[in-house]
Design a protein around this ligand. Structure first.
Ligand code: B3K
Ligand code: ZN
Length: 868
């Protein structure tokens, strides 16, 4: 490695020496040599007369100050130092860049035939030398020049103000964005598209033009994105009283994109996965994903763009809050319980795993080498849980007052997480002093609860202990302020009111100490407690529930989430005990009472089908792995498989009856229909493990008139290793080979193929005409799914899975470090496996570490993982 990458620390934040108030950008677009002219109005803020700009991979063509050539500067590979600048000046910088050679997909690059940009977090410095930091806010005017025939659409942020023809068949368009913004929100797109147009009238009566740009021929796949956008605009007005602020909102779908989407002001750039959908190409899950991501990026317009982050350590200020907002959007439009369940699965799975990995960090990190490594489930999803806890503590009305105050104070500026908490605190009067620790303390707290009932005194007490284990980067932990939502039930299912000294007590308890006892009186009988309702804090709960209490809660808990959670706890008990059995060479056992509890759920006619489908889903291998200090990959897989088979066998009649009853005559995309398909296909997933599996799955594949049912059949065939798998996989590939996005689903099935020869097939699949390691979606589908969701084969004792990972990572390290850095995560957790596996993984990490061109992204993770 040329130079050891340096870390930045949150505590070192300093205001910039200069600011830039306005910038005029001109892009003369050519595939391999694009000229960027940046005219910036620079203002000195303190005494410093030297301006240091960021820049990477740029060829400097010209540098002028107030129109005259300037020679007092030095440029190196990451910066441009300009000395003795006047206190205010017009700085002109001309750079040359090569978009076609940009395979990292950061800065200006080509996706298929189109030019597009990705600037967050630090991609703008690959376009021109600039103060590439989020606390420098400027007004942008952007002129884009390109060949008219190849690039009829030339887009940038804000409003189109002028256009015209240029020489040699070229044309130009000028855009102006009236809202000052940091450079990470800059965007440019040039290409030939089909456009789905609509409009929206805001509640104050302004008309906004809505445009969704998709590849030619894909227009009919853009409808759902447009509907979702309109729903999001309406929802934000109703729930948060926030209106859109420009005359136009554009969304462009591109095929080459490192993540989901990007909230550039007025011009969102999206991974086509989160835009394109019709009933033949997209599953219900895809539809819901589009709704959520379209919402997320739209909501950023206020939480992220109007109020942005002072520095990148504050990323959760915009991301945690915007995830909270998109989760609320999906919950208000669809099923709140199902949404909550899925959000909690992400915390209990990947987020808890991150907390216990070498990459553990608080939602507001203290130390960063490569910022792109911190767009994590911790910053995003745990960040959202932290916002949700404040929402729980304050209630909706006070929370909205806090939002209002936050915007009053910080609109048009770059703010900090502390600013947000202060606004919530000041608006509500709720003391959040201890609560702030959630921003700086990493790791997963464990709440251990003990209960005691005193029949004589009619008191019931809960003793709550909280412990946060040391994490990789932070040893000392303090007690947090944990909102702990509980309810008590009498044996007949009625709720026992919480009382203390004759007065009613709120059901959200404030756990603040390392150990604390809550006593309730007037409790007439031994109650059954429902604990951590709604997952009121991102913690692990330990309470010795009996099977009877859990099956009771599965039926009687008033809220659906609590019922689901009781079911999960019951399953968890038997997964744990069976793992021990398997390790001792015994058979997996599930008592009749447990099977009956799930039979009851399946046969219930009160519960929503979508919810029943969630109740019936076993926790995944990754989530279960997270329960153990040393993961027994094979034993866990054996147990999960055996439990699935036992439930399938014992409930076969019920699964079969439900499956056939829920057959739909017509395909519609509404929440009720989606829920019915979810349950029907969950039954199919179980039935695949019975005698009737093969013919049933094959018949569903052949009869399916929509992608949800097609994919459900294919997944069932894959998971249960049915003989029809080969035939239907071949049929699908033949039908969709021309469409990479649709083929991604097929690549995922190849990646997660439980068959023994899976890795061989994956290697062959890399030659499939639709596959390319250059495309992040393809790579994540085939390779990422193998690393993350094919535990038995990836962790094969032979080490072939790890060796394959090493090869792929070494290749992606040069072409696309961001994608490589996402893929490496499962290897970072090597210390959780047995010694033989540890040694094999470590060898791959060490080979990576020794590479002389190791990217910062991988450097940061590999070195952390290899540290003691
Ligand atoms: N803000 C972007 C993510 C940028 C990731 C940079 N590596 C999308 C989002 O969170 O909405
Ligand atoms: Zn976001």
């Amino acid at each position: 490695m040329a130079q050891t990458p340096q870390a930045k620390y949150r505590k070192d934040y300093k205001q910039p020496s200069h600011t830039i108030t306005d910038i005029e950008l001109t892009f003369d677009l050519h595939d391999t040599a694009t000229t960027v002219t940046a005219v910036s109005y620079v203002k000195q803020l303190g005494d410093e007369t030297t301006l240091v700009l960021d820049g990477e991979g740029l060829t400097l063509e010209a540098l002028k100050v107030d129109g005259a050539d300037w020679s007092d500067y030095t440029a190196d590979e990451s910066s441009l130092e300009i000395r003795e600048l006047p206190a205010q000046c017009e700085l002109t910088i001309v750079t040359l860049i090569n978009p076609e050679a940009n395979t990292a997909l950061e800065g200006l690059y080509k996706s298929g035939g189109a030019f597009c940009t990705q600037c967050e977090a630090e991609g703008f410095r690959r376009i021109t030398y600039y103060l590439d930091r989020p606390d420098v806010l400027a007004k942008y005017t952007t002129t884009v020049i390109a060949d008219k025939e190849t690039y009829p659409f030339l887009l940038s942020n804000g409003n189109r103000i002028e256009e015209g023809l240029a020489d040699n068949g070229r044309h130009w368009v000028k855009w102006q964005d009236p809202h000052p913004k940091p450079c990470y929100l800059f965007a440019l797109v040039a290409g030939d598209f089909d456009v789905r147009r609509d409009q929206y009238q805001t509640k104050s009566g302004r008309n906004v033009a809505l445009e969704v740009f998709v590849d030619k021929g894909n227009l009919e796949r853009a409808n759902h994105a447009m509907v979702s956008l309109i729903n999001a605009m309406k929802w934000d007005e109703e729930r948060f009283d926030l209106e859109y602020d420009l005359d136009i909102y554009m969304v462009v779908a591109v095929d080459f994109f490192n993540m989901g989407a990007m909230e550039n002001k007025g011009l969102n750039v999206f991974n086509s996965k989160y835009v394109l959908a019709n009933d033949q190409t997209a599953t219900d899950g895809d539809y819901l994903g589009i709704e959520s991501v379209i919402g997320h990026e739209y909501f950023h317009n206020w939480t992220g763009n109007r109020v942005t982050c002072r520095d990148w350590f504050q990323l959760s200020l915009k991301e945690g809050l915007t995830v909270f907002r998109d989760q609320e959007f999906s919950s208000d439009l669809g099923s709140r319980a199902v949404n909550r369940i899925n959000n909690v699965r992400v915390i209990r799975g990947p987020q808890f795993a991150e907390d216990s990995s070498p990459m553990s960090h608080p939602i507001r990190p203290e130390k960063v080498i490569e910022m792109n490594n911190f767009y994590t489930v911790t910053v995003y999803e745990k960040g959202s849980e932290v916002i949700r806890m404040m929402h729980t503590l304050l209630g909706e009305a006070a929370f909205q007052k806090g939002m209002k105050l936050y915007f009053e104070r910080h609109d048009g500026t770059a703010a900090t997480c502390e600013d947000f908490v202060a606004a919530m605190e000041d608006a509500s009067g709720v003391d959040l002093k201890q609560f702030r620790l959630w921003y700086s303390q990493s790791g997963t707290p464990t709440l251990t609860v003990q209960s005691q009932y005193d029949a004589q005194a009619k008191t019931y007490s809960l003793t709550v202990e909280q412990v946060t284990e040391p994490t990789h980067e932070q040893k000392d932990k303090q007690p947090l302020h944990i909102p702990f939502d509980i309810e008590l039930y009498a044996a007949d299912g009625t709720v026992i009111e919480l009382q203390r000294n004759g007065k009613s007590v709120h059901n959200v308890l404030d756990v603040k100490e390392a150990k604390q006892t809550f006593v309730f009186d007037n409790v007439a009988e031994q109650p059954i407690p429902s604990l951590l309702r709604e997952f009121s804090a991102p913690v692990k709960l330990e309470y010795e529930y009996s099977d009877e209490e859990l099956t009771f809660l599965m039926v009687h808990a008033r809220n659906e989430f609590a019922r689901w959670d009781a079911g999960q706890m019951l399953l968890a008990k038997y997964i744990r005990s069976n793992v021990i059995k398997v390790q001792n060479g015994q058979a997996v056992e599930l008592p009749e009472t447990v099977v009956d509890a799930f039979r009851g759920v399946l046969l219930s006619d009160e519960l929503e089908p979508a919810f029943v489908a969630e109740m019936l889903a076993l926790p995944g291998h990754n989530e279960v792995s997270g329960w153990y200090k040393c993961v027994d990959v094979d034993a866990i897989a054996t147990v999960l498989h055996a439990m699935k088979v036992q439930l399938a066998t014992e409930l076969e009649d019920e699964f079969s009856a439900t499956y056939h009853t829920l057959k739909q005559a017509e395909y519609t995309i509404d929440h009720a229909a989606i829920g019915q398909r979810a349950l029907r296909n969950s039954c199919l997933g179980y039935l695949a493990f019975t005698e009737q599996g093969n013919p049933l799955v094959k018949a569903q594949y052949q009869a399916a008139n929509n992608m949800t049912d097609t994919m459900a059949a294919m997944s069932a065939a894959n998971n249960a290793k049915l003989t029809c798998r080969a035939e239907i996989m071949a049929d699908y590939s033949e039908k969709w080979a021309h469409d990479g996005l649709v083929m991604d689903k097929w690549f995922i099935l190849q990646g997660t193929n439980p068959a023994e020869n899976a890795l061989q097939t994956i290697k062959e699949t890399m030659n499939h005409e639709a596959f390319s390691l250059k495309n992040p979606n393809r790579t994540r589908s085939l390779i990422g799914s193998f690393f993350n969701n094919n535990p038995v084969n990836f962790h094969a004792k032979s080490g072939e899975g790890y060796r394959f990972a090493g090869e792929i990572l070494r290749e992606l390290n040069s072409s696309n470090p961001q994608v490589a850095s996402r893929l490496i995560d499962p290897l970072l957790k090597f210390r959780r496996y047995d010694e033989a596996r540890q040694a094999l993984i470590k060898k791959e990490l060490e080979t990576l570490k020794a590479m002389d061109n190791l990217a910062r992204d991988l450097f940061e993770k590999v070195t952390k993982a290899l540290e003691a």
